[in-house]
Design a protein around this ligand. Structure first.
Ligand SMILES: Cc1cc2nc3c(=O)[nH]c(=O)nc-3n(C[C@H](O)[C@H](O)[C@H](O)COP(=O)(O)OP(=O)(O)OC[C@H]3O[C@@H](n4cnc5c(N)ncnc54)[C@H](O)[C@@H]3O)c2cc1C
Length: 327
């Protein structure tokens, strides 16, 4: 994959949205209310524009893309299920960091204290620590010293000899994982509004793009054909099923690790086999990049990892080039 700062990515997205046919961009507008029809079905939104003026927008379907604390979710009375996260995060951007290999992203699973290095555009590297909350008092007392100490202690960690910090050290003390049903009559939730995952895995932006695309695939046809609300609600229900089938398993795995526990035996088996077997590594890549639901990857991945372990260290390599097939 690759890493891009929001300061670079968001303007590109805004320009693309504004240039799309039939899109009117209202920058700085805040949704303040949900409109409903006589049966209580969502039928649009009320917004406060940047000018201070209030405006009502009527719609056959409302799309909530307003992040993990979704105001629209609250207004629609669709509460999210919340799963607490035992880790907190501190991070900053640097120039002049040298990393141990050419990968765009390096993660150190300290079990439970995590370390990260993300190479971004323009020679900038984001370095981060996500330790267990037991270490929060230490980080709160000295954010910069604790972050740098954590990074310097990482095995094969980033070389900070010529590193220059170019942003303040930012702390994110609480990142609960949330999920709500992604489609209901009259309303669809995408991105974090539907499901906010543990930031540890760096999947949120990918999920936001992916879920927006899935919703558009289901909804665009019925809307463009002028179909009635029954058809639109059927499209929203299809989207919700697709969202659940593809992502609920990933969220369950991520929630489980967000408890701050150590690796399970299964994870140790998978990671150790992936380090010496190209096929297990490919399975793990498919799982970690969330390309398929875990229930479709894990049976083949675990079988392979068990075979690698049974054969013993160094005896297996496999072909990384072949495609993997899942049931
Ligand atoms: C510390 C941290 C690190 C992360 N690191 C990564 C990473 O490395 N890679 C990755 O992929 N993801 C990462 N994520 C997750 C990622 O930021 C989110 O998953 C992603 O931003 C979700 O996109 P979104 O569009 O759904 O929501 P958001 O990006 O939160 O956007 C929601 C938008 O809705 C607007 N909004 C909210 N309420 C209203 C309202 N009432 N009216 C109008 N507008 C409103 C907000 O202003 C905002 O612009 C990280 C998250 C955290 C907390």
């Amino acid at each position: 994959g690759f890493n891009l700062r929001r300061a670079s990515m968001d303007p590109v997205l805004r320009r693309a949205a504004a240039a799309s046919p039939n899109v009117t961009l209202e920058a700085g507008a805040t949704v303040t209310d949900l409109l409903r029809d006589s049966r209580g079905r969502p039928a649009g939104i009320r917004a406060r524009l940047s000018s201070g003026e209030h405006r009502e927008l009527h719609a056959r379907a409302v799309v909530a893309a307003d992040g993990r604390d979704s105001t629209v979710g609250r207004l629609a009375r669709v509460p999210a299920r919340i799963h607490e996260n035992a880790r907190f995060g501190y991070f900053a951007q640097f120039r002049g960091v040298r990393l141990p290999n050419a990968a765009a992203s390096v993660l150190w699973f300290g079990n439970p204290d995590m370390g990260y290095a993300f190479r971004n555009e323009d020679g900038i590297t984001v370095l981060a620590a996500m330790p267990h909350r037991a270490r929060l008092p230490e980080f709160k007392a000295d954010p910069e010293g604790s972050l740098m100490g954590h990074l310097r202690a990482l095995p094969d960690g980033p070389d900070l000899t010529d590193a220059e910090r170019i942003t303040p050290v930012i702390g994110r003390l609480r990142s609960p994982c949330t999920i709500r049903k992604a489609g209901r009559p009259g309303i669809g939730f995408v991105g974090d509004a539907a499901m906010a995952s543990d930031p540890l895995w760096g999947v949120g932006c990918g999920f936001a793009f992916q879920t927006g695309d899935w919703l558009a695939q289901e909804l665009a046809g019925p809307i463009a054909r002028g179909e009635d609300e029954t058809q639109i609600d059927a499209a929203l229900a299809r989207y919700a099923r697709r969202h659940r089938r593809a992502l609920a398993g990933h969220q369950a795995l991520m929630n489980d690790y967000a408890s701050g526990r150590r690796f399970s035996l299964v994870e140790r088996l998978l990671f150790s086999a992936a380090a010496r077997d190209a096929i297990t590594a490919r399975h793990l890549h498919t799982l970690g990049s969330r390309m398929r639901p875990p229930q479709r990857i894990l049976p083949a991945a675990l079988t392979r990892a068990a075979v690698v372990k049974a054969r013993g260290a160094g005896s297996s390599s496999g072909s990384a080039g072949r495609g993997l097939e899942y049931a």
